[in-house]
Design a binder for this molecule. Sequence first.
Ligand SMILES: [Zn+2]
Length: 88
Amino acid sequence: MLPHGNFSPSDTQQAPAETQVRVNLKDAEDVVCEACGSNIFDMVFLMKKLSALLSPDGTEKVIPIQTIACHKCGHVNENFRPPETEKE
Ligand SMILES: [Zn+2]
């Protein structure tokens, strides 16, 4: 049984109305700063410098990496730290 040209367009538009998962914030755990315990954070950037030797086009580059820092003391929690920036 092949559908051939005899279906109505509305049949193809049956995406589920509720695609978003409802989250109850009361059940969510607070993430707090490891250093001072504050739970207010800022969006910040870690900056990485890629030397000309390592850069694909041979020029020195500065690469911003977005992460989250404590609003109060500026500490970046261990689990917000991108793994590739941990040591160098
Ligand atoms: Zn802090």
